[in-house]
Design a protein around this ligand. Structure first.
Ligand SMILES: C[S@@+](CC[C@H](N)C(=O)[O-])C[C@H]1O[C@@H](n2cnc3c(N)ncnc32)[C@H](O)[C@@H]1O
Length: 276
């Protein structure tokens, strides 16, 4: 692969270099990013040459991709729900599984005003997607990581029904009550072998003590005081954690419904408090 090659030749050679560490789509998206073009525009210019600087940047990013850096961090964005979400090394890359939370909320609550908080908002993917879909709701995104909140802020910059708060789960919200509390907290056990494949993502976004359940249990314990009378708590969890989450919620008086993601895996629990 040399800088005098055409876009088509560079794409083919780069795919060979990537081997099993990436797909042709990865190569096209990286090259589009370096040229500042959409993928469609890139494909339409397959006979063209690229500039020496663009070639250097592409080579550097391709090397990182070969080393296993996720494509989203290299192109600094990830498709989620109906938007492209900016991401950095300070934020988790939003996953398709998490779209279950958005779909569940939109299915069950229409446009009349609600107040919703997205705990552990990271890139803001959940809060921003809901703020776009429900422009008359009041939505808060919170995280304990300030650098993640700056990324979330950039993703929500055009929305005026959204605000951001730095907080350790619900501890800074002494008086506030919400109609919906939603969270995709860290839920991977510290010794989980899958963590190696996730080594470029922030550990504090992934790992929780107590077999991955500690943050889920903290949120369950705190949420009770922060919901309106008919309020709901919606929690994402690991594919094998649903019964533990339902048990933790039942023990504290919640009525629960287990939900499955598009792959059919148990992925979230929706809870409402019973009369006490
Ligand atoms: C699994 S990531 C979810 C990010 C985003 N909501 C998403 O679904 O893509 C968990 C997030 O929880 C945040 N977090 C971890 N511990 C926290 C705490 N004690 N209080 C608030 N946020 C926390 C992390 O910084 C991270 O952004």
């Amino acid at each position: 692969m040399t800088e005098t090659d055409s876009v088509a030749a560079i794409t083919a050679a780069a795919k060979q270099l990537l081997g099993d560490t990436g797909t042709r789509l990865d190569v096209e998206l990286l090259l589009s990013h370096c040229l500042g073009l959409s993928r469609t525009a890139l494909l339409a210019r397959s006979d063209q040459k690229i500039s020496p600087n663009q070639f250097k940047l592409f080579q550097a990013l391709l090397e990182q991709r070969r080393a296993g850096v996720p494509l989203a961090y290299l192109v600094q964005k990830q498709a989620f729900w109906k938007s492209e979400i900016n991401v950095t090394a300070d934020t988790l890359i939003p996953r398709p599984d998490t779209e279950l939370l958005i779909a569940t909320i939109l299915e069950r609550w229409g446009s009349p005003h609600r107040t919703l908080i997205d705990l552990g908002t990271g890139s803001g993917a959940i809060a921003v997607s809901l703020a776009k879909e429900r422009p008359n709701w009041t939505i808060i995104g919170s995280d304990h990581c300030n650098r993640a909140l700056s990324v979330a802020q950039s993703n929500g910059r055009d929305l005026d029904n959204l605000c951001w708060v730095q907080a350790d789960w619900l501890t800074s919200f002494a008086q506030n009550k919400f109609d919906i509390i939603v969270a995709n907290p860290p839920y991977i056990a510290p010794n989980d072998p899958h963590l190696h494949a996730l080594r470029y993502e922030p550990r504090q976004a992934l790992v929780a003590a107590d077999h991955g359940l500690e943050d889920l249990k903290t949120i369950i314990a705190q949420a009770k005081r922060h919901l309106t009378k008919t309020g709901h708590l919606l929690l994402e969890h690991g594919y094998n954690q649903q019964s533990a989450v339902i048990e933790a919620m039942n023990n504290r008086g919640w009525h629960c419904e287990g939900l499955r993601d598009l792959s059919g895996n148990p992925r979230a629990v929706l809870g409402q408090l019973g009369e006490s």
